[in-house]
Design a protein around this ligand. Structure first.
Ligand SMILES: [Zn+2]
Length: 663
């Protein structure tokens, strides 16, 4: 019987995991061996009779856990992008054990003593090592290393329960989202969406002869913009906002309470204070101030937009009418509709002639598809990435299509982390959720999806350009409220004239998108920004409320309503981008008290876009400057120092306000 493929290092190029050999039954034994090996390594470090040095303690910790690192990267990538009942079972079993494993390391008294000794003398070390040491010290303190034995025990219990609840939340949500898909009997009701696609989705679910509209993760469902049947729109909207209500309500209340208790145990007022202490934001007050500044102008914009939509509809619109009449106003005002634009956004062209093309002009990169290297799913495409001079840089995997086994949204994963210490080059994955067309038909995207592809590739570049000594700081290992910044900057190239002209071509005729259409599309960018900003801010304030509460949130529905009202964001027509019971980012996705990060990062993003424009735009020297000062640094220096090195000064908020029409 062949050996478990996780037990030995991959022999494939760039240490790409050997997906062809990996089967679900390999995961548990690999996790078990990986944890046991790392605990033995840690015990050897902690019990080393030699006095602590950077190399025998921090360096050794950075090298530890090789098997665990390999299996975790592959497993969690599959758990989010191609989950099966078997994988879900393993996830349920392994997640709390991994939490326990991490606690065992962080709460190891002897190990922490060594780190503390080194930390006291950190100024004698070279800057990169001193920074890493400080990171370790902070990690350990934040994980409870300085607590009493009794408090440590309570902490381990809290962490264990929280990780079980997070997995339950995520799995309930996936099941509930699939179950809440709208089943339609009469195709006449489907006017405005593809009957063929709805029939195909129904067939894939064993509902032959019926029609199914699947739900995407956010509150706003794409078919609402075009479905002419108002009753069906209402059904879609209600199904969307009702997700998780029965299965996740108790979980979110329990998680909020446990997180608050954990924060207090660690010496913080609440979970938000605990989270923000380790971010680039100077404190919770700074975050609250920033959000408070954005709410009134955003709400005023949304009210103005609602007036326009009421005028268009001729009646008092409901939440399920907003997107539909917004689309009508948009068409009337800009003469644009999604259906006529999509033929200009064919996936392969967008990828090669847009995303890759921009990376070529800015950074000199070239891409060669490697069909000989299998990815984690048959739809995954693998590309080898080269520098301008032909030096190999890493691998980029693109998994672009939606499927029932994939969670909603779009994200980037790292399969192999770059580091000098371990001599690894990066392997990164982008996951999107574009509906797969019937066989033989081209994949035509919306402009939103195009933008998402550029966004996720910005994360990929952050991983691919990583040039750091230690794995702990590789690529996107930066604070949560900084990590969206490089990816948001990359969105600017989606609409950069030279790039857009290169990829926005009709998939049949090859004709470029007519200039008038381009102009109108760019003009329309600011359209509906009041709605977009309010739905985002409402979700952000919800996240904030769950993690700063002073009165126990016993009933999530009234808690949610009260939180939005307190923030001045209780607009019935503009529901939060995610409701509490399907807000995966904050309960299962690592964004708890961190959803503000997107707008926080957007300040840096908008200011950086200004820098590119001031300096001539799409030029190699500009790309190289951004790469050198920012993208290549990962977490290896203070992120705001990296920003200042790139920008030449502190960030300014005005470009963001201008972009969102909030000035
Ligand atoms: Zn992102």
């Amino acid at each position: 019987m062949p050996e478990n493929p996780f037990f030995t290092a991959s022999t494939l190029p760039y240490s790409l995991p050997p997906f062809a050999e990996i089967r679900a039954e390999h995961y548990l034994p690999a996790f078990e061996r990986g944890m046991a090996e790392q605990l033995a390594e840690v015990a050897a470090i902690a019990g080393d009779p030699e006095p602590p040095t950077f190399a025998n303690t921090i360096g050794a910790l950075e090298r530890s856990g090789a098997v665990l690192g390999r299996v975790s990267a592959v497993f969690f990538n599959q758990a989010s992008s191609d989950s099966t009942p078997e994988v879900r079972e393993i996830q349920k079993e392994i997640t709390p054990r991994l939490t326990e494993h991490s606690d065992a390391i962080h709460l190891d008294r002897a190990l922490f003593e060594r780190i503390k000794t080194l930390h006291a003398a950190k100024d004698t070390l070279p800057p990169a090592e001193s920074w890493l040491l400080t990171r370790y010290h902070t990690d350990f303190v934040r994980a409870g290393a300085e607590l009493s034995a009794a408090d440590k025990e309570r902490l381990v219990t809290l962490n264990g329960e929280l990780s079980e609840l997070a997995t339950a939340f995520e799995q309930n949500l996936l099941a509930d989202t699939n179950a809440a898909a709208i089943v339609v009997e009469d195709p006449a009701e489907l006017d405005g969406v593809s009957v063929e696609a709805a029939a195909e989705t129904a067939r894939a679910r064993g509902l032959d002869g019926k029609y199914v509209i699947p739900l995407v993760l956010p509150t706003g469902q794409p078919p609402l913009a075009t479905l002419t049947n108002r009753a069906l729109r209402e059904r879609v909207h209600r199904a969307s906002v009702g997700r998780g209500a029965t299965v996740n309500a108790e979980i979110v209340v329990r998680m909020a309470r446990l997180r608050a208790e954990r924060a207090r145990l660690l010496g913080y007022a609440d979970h938000a204070e605990y989270v923000v202490a380790d971010q680039t934001a100077p404190g919770t007050q700074a975050v609250a101030d920033m959000l408070g500044k954005l709410v009134p102008p955003a709400v005023a914009n949304a009210h103005r937009e609602a007036e326009d939509l009421r005028a268009e509809a001729g009646f008092d619109i409901a939440p399920w009418d907003w997107a539909f009449y917004a689309e009508k106003v948009r068409q009337a005002r800009y003469d644009l509709d999604t259906a006529t634009m999509r033929p200009y956004f064919e996936l392969d062209r967008v990828l090669r002639d847009g995303v890759f093309h921009a990376a070529g002009l800015l950074y000199g990169l070239t891409f060669t598809e490697r069909p000989d290297l299998p990815g984690h799913h048959p739809d995954t495409r693998v590309f080898e990435v080269f520098e301008e001079d032909g030096t190999p840089l890493g691998l980029f995997l693109g998994d672009f299509y939606a499927r029932e086994s994939k969670r909603g949204g779009a994200w980037m994963n790292s399969l192999v982390k770059q580091s000098d210490l371990l001599g690894e080059k990066p392997v990164v994955v982008n996951n999107l959720n574009i509906v797969k067309p019937p066989p033989g038909e081209p994949t035509l995207m919306t402009f939103d999806e195009v933008n998402t592809m550029f966004h996720e590739f910005g994360h990929a570049l952050h991983g691919l350009f990583s040039a750091v000594p230690f794995p702990r700081f590789s690529g996107t290992a930066v604070p949560r409220d900084f990590v969206e910044y490089p990816s948001q900057v990359n969105e600017m190239w989606a609409v950069w004239p030279e790039v857009l002209a290169n990829y926005a071509r009709h998939h049949e005729t090859g004709e470029p998108m007519p200039q008038a259409m381009v102009d109108r599309m760019l003009e329309a960018e600011r359209f509906n920004q009041g709605y977009a900003t309010v739905e985002y801010l409402a979700a952000t304030l919800l996240d904030w409320a769950w993690h700063t509460f002073t009165e126990d949130p016993a009933d999530p529905v009234s808690f949610e309503r009260g939180a939005l009202a307190d923030a001045g964001l209780d607009l019935p027509l503009v529901p939060p981008r995610y409701g509490s019971t399907y807000f995966a980012h904050i309960w299962a996705g690592g964004y708890s008290a961190g959803y503000y990060s997107y707008i926080w990062s957007e300040v840096l993003d908008a200011d950086s876009v200004e820098w590119f424009k001031e300096n001539g735009g799409l030029l190699r020297e500009n790309g190289d400057h951004f790469r050198r000062e920012l993208l290549s640094r990962g977490g290896s220096l203070d992120p705001m120092t990296a920003f200042r090195n790139f920008r030449g000064r502190d960030p300014r908020i005005e470009p963001l306000l201008e972009r969102r029409g909030l000035l």
